[in-house]
Design a protein around this ligand. Structure first.
Ligand code: PMT
Length: 405
């Protein structure tokens, strides 16, 4: 389907070596369906996985892979390609190509074209999960991000090597959605977005606590997407082991009461509050100052209710646009609508938890509800869903508050 922001775009697709290179063939087809003109540059390693002929047939254009192609370089072909592109997308981007791009190397056609071009650069990493989390790759990705390079994915899941983890290439349609969002208008420009993410921990004694299985991924993806959409973003994070997305101001908290304090402090300077945190509803009435000892008898733990942060913000006037989440195991829509109304929200994102969705995992599926409306967002990587959710949030902001500043 033609995309208004990709129609007519001149996309140079760089394909580097890795098993995910086969997905780049479908990506070419989808980009052309979206209305883009596509030219492909293969690295020498990519050409070992997929042939130039495949890309030539799909793009309808000659495919280049060598800097030493005498015919093409007679007319400075690499400079011509660099000037032709108004978007460069490297998908899949291997650990090696990310390293070479981060260090400004120009030792093959792809890296030379990138260096010689003023077109915005996007990379879609794909590699073994250990390579993705290696400190060297992390540093290279941060260098690229700091330079304004967009990083799409990677997704998590089963890998070609037989292991499971983060490092899969995003699906072609998800990559197209990312590219379209990056090229499109920035729907939250000028707005201040507050996001809460992760679990809360309620101490029982100095070594034990009550927590939950939230990893923070959903909220962190929302914070990252809000920055990409032009917002100023503050993130209140429960105890999670995730790096802070670039451009986000982060405040770490532990308990629900600490989260309440951080949120209430930030709310007066926020236009939108997205409450993705899994806040513990109860805490031990009297946490012990000393480690509780085993007594041989059963023990009862008295719990008292925590403050409902979102409901409290909902009672403030004025208040930011309020976006809540509902994590449900049953009757998703019924319970979510009840929370939407009871907490006075502008929108609620309901997720069914369990079945490898919701808590902890890389993917989710959301049902968005607002007074008088609903939209289903099919299962996808949380980063892809975060962008779709924020498109709807921006629309709600315009409907209820008028134009963005
Ligand atoms: O972190 P991940 O592993 O990526 O998982 C994501 C998620 C499943 C945690 C996330 O998508 C999600 O659903 N977050 C909300 C979970 C939850 O606490 O739902 P709830 O139905 O109990 O709460 C409803 C809303 O009220 C939520 O917006 C919650 O942040 C808020 N709340 C709840 C209790 C409380 N005491 N204070 C609150 O503000």
């Amino acid at each position: 389907m033609t995309s208004p922001v990709l129609a007519g775009a001149r996309v140079l697709l760089g394909v580097s070596g890795g098993i995910a290179a086969y997905k780049a063939a479908d990506l070419v087809r989808r980009l052309r369906e979206a209305g883009a003109e596509v030219r492909v540059v293969l690295t020498e390693s990519a050409a070992r996985f997929v042939t130039a002929l495949t890309f030539q047939a799909l793009s309808g254009q000659p495919v280049r892979s060598s800097l030493w192609d005498e015919a093409a370089e007679a007319a400075m072909g690499h400079i011509e390609l660099a000037r032709w592109a108004d978007e460069i997308l490297v998908a899949p981007a291997s650990a090696d190509v990310l390293a070479r791009l981060a260090h400004g190397q120009a030792n093959d056609l792809l890296t030379t074209v990138v260096l010689a071009s003023t077109a915005p650069l996007s990379v879609a990493p794909a590699m073994n999960h250990q390579m993705w989390t290696h400190a060297a790759t992390r540093a290279n990705v941060e260098t690229l991000r700091a330079r304004g390079v967009r990083v799409f994915g990677p997704a998590s899941g089963a890998q070609a090597c037989g292991e499971t983890g983060e490092g899969r290439l995003l699906e072609p349609l998800d990559l197209i959605a990312e590219l379209a969002a990056a090229r499109g208008p920035r729907p939250l420009a000028g707005l201040r977005v507050l996001v809460s993410a992760g679990p809360t921990f309620e101490d029982i004694d100095p070594v034990r606590f009550i927590g939950n299985r939230s990893s923070g991924r959903m909220g962190f993806a929302i914070a990252e997407a809000a920055v990409a959409f032009g917002a100023e973003v503050e993130l209140v994070a429960g105890p999670v082991a995730l790096p802070t997305p670039t451009g986000v101001r982060r405040r770490d908290v532990r308990s629900a009461r600490e989260m309440r304090e951080a949120v209430l402090t930030a709310v007066p300077s926020s236009d939108i509050f997205v409450s993705a945190a899994a806040v513990g509803d109860y805490r031990p009435a009297e946490p012990s100052a000393l480690k509780l000892k085993k007594t041989g008898a059963s023990r009862a733990l008295e719990l008292v209710q925590n403050p409902d942060i979102l409901a409290e913000v909902g009672r403030l006037a004025p208040r930011p646009l309020l976006v809540g989440f509902a994590a449900e195991t049953d009757d998703l829509e019924l319970h979510a609508r009840d929370k939407l109304e009871r907490k006075g929200l502008d929108l609620i994102a309901a997720n069914r938890v369990g079945e490898n969705l919701g808590f902890e995992c890389a993917e989710n599926a959301l049902l968005l509800l607002w007074p008088g409306g609903r939209e289903e967002l099919a299962q996808a990587d949380k980063r892809v869903l975060a962008r779709a959710l924020l498109q709807r949030v921006a629309a709600r902001y315009r409907e209820t508050r008028g134009a963005t500043p």
